[in-house]
Design a protein around this ligand. Structure first.
Ligand code: ADP
Ligand code: MG
Length: 393
């Protein structure tokens, strides 16, 4: 029988002991995770009990951090008093349940059972929903196509699931070129034939890369896809969402009605910027625009490409200017990138460079946001946990 993996975040051993007992005695099999797990153990807890009895703001910060990385984990907050304000704050931070100390056994175990039922039905449901990832350049040449294409290849390679990359850039997109594939059809063929689109027809339109990745190649017309295509673009994303597990979009660097349709469809919006003034200024405008459009600002992720030791602008300054942390950094490595480009073989399939390793860890994080395989990230997470403990009691 599947058991729930639970983590208790506290500095109080007595709290941990008592919560452990209540967790384990409710009929649902619960495995307690150690705070300091062995390196390589990437178990994502199904349930985390957070002690917010001491320093409330730090406790809430712990919940917020957990929620950001563990989207499906059930978080239980335990406080000293059930004040409406505090309950609201805990819920806003991301807690699913709120209990007063000492926890009432019966209702606490009821919540554990609900977590277990939800987990079982999530595992039983046939297919996880399709994920749409949109790459948007802060400026031309920032590396949007490079980053989007390499991420798409990695997704196809690592997951072996249906993955498609869509070149949405008007006028001579370069996605197929980067992949060394000569397409017979383009995105315009798809947009013009939506009325007769079925699985077989779609398969005809897609070019295949040797990694398993499907490619919907870029237009060869300067003005298209244009304003008149926006409705069809939106529909195209719905079609691809049914046929593919991952839809990766190179949206270019222009805000227009088609790229806006992509933004609306996006689960994550990756803004690709370089550490220079035009990138930061344009990224600022883009972030504002996304917010204006009512697209959830929490879907934005800033990617810093072509980073080097001699930053023209320091990463911290970029983060302050944009109001977002930098989600991932890719080093500047013209030789590796251009060799891959010229041979039509994506980075991840070529060499063991630092930039290839960065694509690997970036993509693994997309596949399972809670469990980053890369050791450095595991270390970082462990450090964050110990940091939170020291603030708790
Ligand atoms: N991390 C990087 N280091 C060095 N050169 C890069 C890097 N990323 C992209 N480039 C180069 O920058 C140029 C523009 O990249 P491209 O992906 O076409 O940008 P965009 O799609 O944003 O216009 C290409 O010549 C590419 O090889
Ligand atoms: Mg491009």
């Amino acid at each position: 029988m599947a058991q729930l993996a639970a983590l208790v975040v506290t500095q109080d051993d007595e709290f941990k002991r008592q919560i452990g007992q209540v967790l384990r005695s409710g009929g649902v099999p619960v495995g307690l995770l150690e705070d300091r797990r062995p390196a390589g153990d990437q178990t994502v807890p199904d349930l985390v009990v957070v002690d917010i009895r001491g320093d409330v703001p730090s406790g809430l910060a712990v919940i917020e951090r957990l929620r950001a990385t563990h989207t499906t984990t059930a978080i239980f907050a335990v406080a000293l008093a059930a004040e409406p304000d505090l309950i609201l704050q805990a819920m806003r931070a991301g807690a699913n349940e709120f209990f007063m100390w000492p926890v009432p056994e019966e209702s606490f175990q009821g919540a554990v059972r609900r977590t277990h039922t939800r987990r079982e039905s999530a595992h039983a449901s046939a297919k996880p929903p399709s994920v749409t990832l949109v790459f948007f350049g802060a400026k031309g040449g920032a590396g949007t196509t490079t980053v989007g294409v390499n991420c798409a290849v990695e997704l196809a390679r690592l997951t072996k699931r249906q993955t498609v990359v869509v070149d949405l850039k008007p006028g001579f997109g370069e996605v197929a070129l980067f992949l060394g594939v000569r397409p017979r059809f383009t995105v315009l063929d798809a947009l013009e034939n939506l009325h007769r689109m079925d699985k077989d027809f779609l398969r005809e339109l897609l070019a295949k890369h040797k990694s398993g990745l499907d490619i919907l190649a870029g237009s060869e017309q300067f003005e298209r896809p244009g304003a008149a295509d926006a409705g069809a673009v939106e529909e195209l994303f719905r079609v691809l969402g049914k046929s593919h597990d991952y839809v990766v979009v190179d949206a270019g660097n222009q805000v227009n009605s088609c790229s806006i349709a992509a933004l609306y469809a996006a689960d994550s919006i990756f803004v690709v910027a370089n550490p220079d003034v035009p990138s930061v200024r344009n990224a600022q405008r883009l972030v504002d625009k996304v917010r204006q459009l009512g697209v959830g600002g929490e879907r934005i992720r800033i990617l810093l490409n072509r980073a080097s030791d001699q930053h023209m602008i320091a990463p911290k300054q970029i983060e302050t200017a944009l109001g977002y942390g930098i989600h991932h950094t890719f080093p500047s490595d013209y030789k590796t990138v251009s060799t891959a480009l010229n041979s039509g073989v994506p980075l991840s399939l070529t060499n063991n460079s630092e930039i290839a390793a960065q694509f690997d860890s970036f993509t693994r994080h997309i596949i399972s946001p809670g469990e980053v395989a890369d050791k450095a990230a595991v270390e970082k997470r462990r450090a964050a946990f110990s940091f939170s403990f020291s603030f708790l009691s």
